[in-house]
Ligand binder design. Structure first.
Ligand code: FAD
Length: 322
C-alpha cells in the first residue's frame, strides 16, 4: 500500500534549494504509489512548480515569523502540517536548518531519526538508508525500526524525480505564532560577504589549504573557480592561518560537501578534512609532497607546486570553456 511522505523544503534567501528536488525524488521512491507532500515554510518564498518536481501536494505556511529560521516557529509550522498529512516518513535536508529542525520535530513526535543519508535502496521489504559513520571513514546501511520516522538527506547525493510532471495541489496553512511560543526571535541577520557559489550545493569546488601560504594565495584558485563556475572552499589549516573566512571550511567541523569535482590545492588530507569531502564524485589533488595522504583518496593526483599548476589549469580550461 502506498505511503504518505512529507518533505520539508530547504529554503534559503526565499528560494527553494536544489536538495528539495532530491528529497522529492527520494520521497517518490519511498511513497511507492502513495502521496508526496512538500511543506514550504518561510516568508514570501519563491515557490517553483513543485508538481513538475514530483510533489502531489504543497503545503505553504507564509508568515513573517518564518522569515528567518528559529527552531520554535519552524517546529510549530511543521507539526501543524504533520497533523494534517499524517505521514509515515518525514524528510529534511541535512543542511544548517534541517540538521537543527529534524531532531527538534522528531523529539516532539517521539520519532526515530536517520541522519545524513547519502543513498536509498527501496528494492527490499523495508527501505535501506546509507549513511556515513566514523567521520566518513565508513558507511553503514540502516533500516527504520518503526514508522513514522524522520530522515535528513545530504545534498547532492540522491537523484531528483524523473517521472512525468504532476499537478500539485497547493494548501495555504495558517499557523498563529504567539510571541510566548517563540523561545527565540531573530531581529536581524547580517550576511557575511563570502560571495560566489553556495559551497554545499556546488557541483565543482576548488579548495585551498595551508599550502596557499597567504590570503593572496587564494587568488589563482578564485580565477580557476570563476572559469569553471565553481565555489571556493578551504581546509581548517587555511582558515586557522587567517588566509580565508571560516565560512569556507570543509571537514568534520566545517561543511560537508559532495560535488561532482573537488580540486584540493595544497591540502595534506587530514582525516578531519576528508570527513567533509571524501564522498565527492571525482577528487583531484595538487600537492608538492608525493607522500601527502590526500593522494590516497584522489582519483587524479598532480605532484607539483600549486602556484604553477593552478594557473596552467585555468589557461587550459579557458581555451575550451570561455
Ligand atoms: P597542512 O596539513 O599543513 O598541509 C598543507 C599541505 O600543503 C602539505 O601537504 C604541503 O605539502 C602542501 N603544500 C605546501 N606548499 C605547497 C605548494 N606550493 N603547492 C602544493 N602543495 C603545497 N581540518 C579541516 O580541514 N576541516 C575540519 O573540519 C577540521 N576539523 C578538525 C577538528 C578537530 C577536532 C581537529 C583536532 C582537527 C580538525 N581539522 C580540520 C584540522 C586537521 O587535523 C588538519 O590540521 C588540517 O586539515 C590541515 O590543513 P591543511 O591540509 O591545509 O594543512
Amino acid at each position: 500500500m502506498g505511503k504518505n511522505i512529507l518533505v520539508v523544503a530547504d529554503v534559503r534567501h526565499q528560494n527553494v534549494r536544489q536538495v528539495t528536488n532530491e528529497m522529492i525524488g527520494a520521497a517518490n521512491e519511498l511513497a511507492q504509489g502513495g502521496s508526496v507532500h512538500v511543506a514550504v515554510l518561510g516568508h514570501e518564498v519563491n515557490i517553483p512548480d513543485l508538481g513538475a518536481k514530483g510533489a502531489d501536494d504543497v503545503w505553504v505556511v507564509n508568515d513573517e515569523s518564518l522569515k528567518n529560521y528559529t527552531p520554535s516557529a519552524y517546529r510549530k509550522a511543521v507539526l501543524e502540517i504533520y497533523r494534517q498529512v499524517n505521514p509515515q516518513v518525514i524528510l529534511f535536508a541535512h543542511s544548517a536548518v534541517g540538521k537543527d529542525l529534524a531532531p527538534v520535530v522528531a523529539m516532539r513526535l517521539g520519532l526515530g531519526q536517520i541522519s545524513d543519508v547519502t543513498a536509498l535502496d527501496v528494492s527490499g521489504d523495508k527501505p535501506l538508508f546509507t549513511r556515513p559513520i566514523y567521520a566518513g571513514k565508513a558507511f553503514t546501511k540502516v533500516t527504520p525500526k518503526a514508522e513514522p520516522y524522520a530522515v535528513t538527506i545530504r545534498p547532492n547525493n540522491l537523484q531528483p524525480y524523473s517521472g512525468s510532471a504532476k499537478t500539485a495541489q497547493t494548501h495555504e496553512v495558517t499557523v498563529s505564532f504567539e510571541t510566548p511560543d517563540l523561545a527565540t526571535v531573530v531581529r536581524e541577520v547580517v550576511q557575511k560577504a563570502t560571495g560566489g557559489v553556495d559551497l554545499t550545493e556546488a557541483k565543482i569546488i576548488i579548495s585551498g589549504g595551508r599550502g596557499v601560504k597567504s590570503a593572496d594565495g587564494f587568488a589563482p584558485l578564485k580565477e580557476l573557480a570563476d572559469v569553471l563556475g565553481a565555489a571556493v572552499g578551504a581546509s581548517r589549516g587555511a582558515c586557522d592561518a587567517g588566509y580565508c573566512d571560516y565560512a569556507l571550511q570543509i571537514g568534520q567541523t566545517g561543511k560537508v560537501v559532495t560535488p561532482d569535482l573537488y580540486i584540493a590545492c595544497g591540502i595534506s588530507g587530514a582525516i578531519q578534512h576528508l570527513a567533509g569531502m571524501s564522498s565527492s564524485k571525482v577528487i583531484v589533488a595538487i600537492n608538492k609532497d608525493p607522500e601527502a595522504p590526500i593522494f590516497q583518496v584522489a582519483d587524479y593526483g598532480i605532484v607539483g607546486d600549486l602556484f604553477e599548476v593552478v594557473p596552467l589549469l585555468t589557461e587550459e580550461f579557458k581555451k575550451v570553456l570561455v
